[in-house]
Ligand binder design. Structure first.
Ligand code: 5GP
Length: 107
């Protein structure tokens, strides 16, 4: 399977601005931000879409939500949107599952 752009970023073959990383996920700044804070939470496991998530992946999906909490605390934001685009018809462009963390909207 060809490496996704996000795997290439994890492998440091392509540069990106990292906000956080651990053994399960990386968090980078989106190259084309749609909000004052626009991060991508990306599992190291290259699951193509949310429809490919298996029972065994559920702890990883839970972990992504914990990472979103940590980001909110670290960046001191009171609210955020956590978005997954699933499939071409859902607007997904990169077929390596990821969650958009959007914050910094005006109150
Ligand atoms: P999707 O439409 O698949 O949910 O979102 C893919 C996101 O990845 C888009 O918001 C796009 O701007 C971002 N993106 C695509 N290529 C790169 C890249 O090389 N670096 C970074 N940091 N973001 C990227």
């Amino acid at each position: 399977m060809e490496k996704s752009i996000f795997t290439k970023i994890m492998d440091k073959e392509i540069p990106a601005r990292f906000e956080y990383e651990d053994e399960h996920v990386i968090v980078i700044h989106d190259i084309a931000p749609k909000a004052p804070i626009h991060l991508l939470i990306i599992p190291r496991k290259p699951i193509p879409t949310l429809m490919d998530v298996q029972e065994e992946d559920l702890p990883l999906i839970g972990h992504i939500h914990r990472v979103a909490q940590k980001l909110a605390e670290k960046l001191n934001v009171k609210g955020f949107r956590l978005i997954n685009n699933c499939g071409k018809e859902g607007g997904q462009e990169v077929f390596h599952i990821h969650y958009h963390f959007l914050a910094g909207f005006q109150e």
